[in-house]
Design a protein around this ligand. Structure first.
Ligand SMILES: Nc1ncnc2c1ncn2[C@@H]1O[C@H](COP(=O)(O)OP(=O)(O)OP(=O)(O)O)[C@@H](O)[C@H]1O
Ligand SMILES: [Mg+2]
Length: 457
């Protein structure tokens, strides 16, 4: 018994030691496994960070040379964000039969827009039927971009894309958007008086905040004009029509489409054939819209590219090597005959054209309409401009007047050019020399901006 007890005791001890040894081994293994798992996770994290850094565009070059941009430029750069496109799941689009058409609103270059009611909810929406006739190779790239960029641009002042629905055929694609009562073009056409200064300020601030969002997310709109800017009856503005929009990078791609932006809102670098451009093209259009809201009339109504350039130079002055060092390198610059020293004869034309605009309003408008894209302010600079801080203060949206909606019952009619047709090649300025040397020669005796001669050849 005793032996058994003793031996038994030794056996117990032996068994205990063995157990402890096994436990130690198990713990060691566990530790090793943990360490391996941690190392693998760290590796994965590193790889993820590296691939994100590789896909992130380089920081944006500062666009403006204005002092306020100097102060804000770097912080603006840091604020640029990556767009997160929804990976989304696969699922069928709903059918157009869920909607009941109420009335047609407008046929544009890229689609037909109508007002409709969603049968299940009674919600009134705008339906844009995408035009597929420019599709050479499947679904048109403009339609894809419009859907993708609208989905990614959720902002109070950008039209809300609710969903995409299909008709019975594969090329029957509709965008379902919130319905907005007016566009600024129809309003300007029907109002008897232009917007008040306080209203213009509110509209420009809303528009610029959406632009700041787009540009900080690397999106160029490339077709800003009053007919693409919607306004609801509560004074809230929304940018619409992303049919020409695209993503950009820094430095900007070198082979961008030259034929973008509706003629009257097209920046001079585009008219001169630039294929590398940046968000400054949208800032030019913003300047044109600012002028149009103040006077109720489109600012630069060219009949063709040459006429557009002529009207631009008569309002903003001629380009010179000092004011716009890069302009001579643009493809169409060779076609221009300019005076040796263009001076600043145009200085003050904007002031004369807008006699009720304050000095700081004039300085904002002139800077947006700088021929040199690098001299135009960024959207962020505009938001911080003194013009919006001086009286009259921007009008609160709740106090905005309401207007009867044209889209509520009838087609919106307008007499302005459509957006350029994708795939068409820019006509350029022709191969004859365009003589601008006498453009301001007799300015003193003439009415503002008029009276120059345009000689072909
Ligand atoms: N969500 C909406 N709510 C109400 N009206 C709208 C809406 N979206 C567009 N519209 C109206 O339809 C018109 C044409 O729409 P949009 O600009 O998107 O089409 P488009 O074919 O690209 O036009 P364009 O080429 O002429 O610029 C707008 O000018 C506006 O009047
Ligand atoms: Mg449009």
């Amino acid at each position: 018994m005793a032996g058994a007890t003793r031996w038994g005791g030794t056996e117990d001890l032996e068994a205990q030691r063995k157990k402890e040894k096994e436990e130690k081994k198990r713990l060691k293994q566990l530790k090793q496994q943990q360490a391996e798992a941690e190392a693998a996770a760290a590796r994965e994290r590193k790889e993820e960070e590296e691939s994100e850094a590789a896909s992130r565009p380089a920081k944006k070059r500062k666009l403006s040379t204005s002092p306020s941009a100097d102060a804000n430029g770097s912080s603006m750069t840091e604020k640029r964000k990556l767009l997160r496109f929804q990976a989304g799941g696969w699922g069928p689009c709903r059918n157009i039969s869920n909607f009941e058409t109420l009335n047609q609103i407008e046929e544009g270059s890229y689609g037909w827009v109508s007002r409709a009611k969603e049968s299940a909810t009674g919600d009134v929406v705008a339906l844009k039927k995408m035009k597929m006739e420019y599709a050479q190779d499947g679904f048109p790239v403009t339609a894809l971009r419009e859907i993708q960029l609208l989905q990614a641009s959720k902002h109070q002042h950008i039209i809300n894309l609710r969903e995409v629905v299909m008709g019975d055929r594969l090329d029957d694609v509709y965008l379902v958007m919130d319905f907005i009562e007016h566009d600024l073009k129809s309003l300007c056409d029907t109002m008897s008086e232009p917007f008040l200064a306080s209203e213009v300020k509110t509209l420009i601030l809303q528009l610029t905040s959406a632009l700041s969002f787009l540009h900080s997310h690397w999106i160029l709109h490339r077709d800003l004009k009053t007919s693409n800017i919607l306004l609801n009856n509560r004074g809230i503005l929304k940018i619409a029509d992303f049919g020409m929009a695209r993503l950009t990078s820094d430095p900007p791609p070198t082979n961008l489409t030259q034929l973008v932006v509706t003629l009257w809102y097209r920046a001079p670098e585009l008219l001169l054939g630039a294929t590398t451009y940046d968000s400054a093209i949208d800032m030019w259009s913003l300047g044109c819209i600012f002028g149009e809201l103040l006077s109720k009339e489109p600012l630069l109504q060219g009949k063709n590219e040459v006429d557009q350039l002529t009207k631009t130079f008569s309002l903003c002055g001629l380009p010179s090597d000092t004011s716009w060092p890069a302009f001579r390198r643009l493809p169409n610059a060779r076609a221009l005959k300019l005076p040796r020293d263009p001076g600043n004869a145009a200085h003050g034309i904007i002031r004369t054209k807008f006699p009720f605009l304050t000095t700081s309003g004039c300085s904002l408008l002139s800077s947006l309409l700088s021929l040199n894209p690098d001299a135009r302010p960024s959207a962020e600079d505009v938001l911080n401009h003194a013009y919006f801080k001086e009286g009259p203060k921007p009008k609160p949206t709740a106090l905005f007047p309401t207007f009867p909606s044209k889209a509520g019952g009838e087609k919106r009619r307008r007499a302005s050019p459509h957006a350029p047709v994708r795939g068409e090649v820019a006509k350029g300025l022709g191969d004859k020399e365009i003589d601008f040397s006498g453009i301001f020669a007799k300015r003193d005796e003439e009415e503002r901006g008029a009276g120059f001669t345009l000689r072909m050849g």
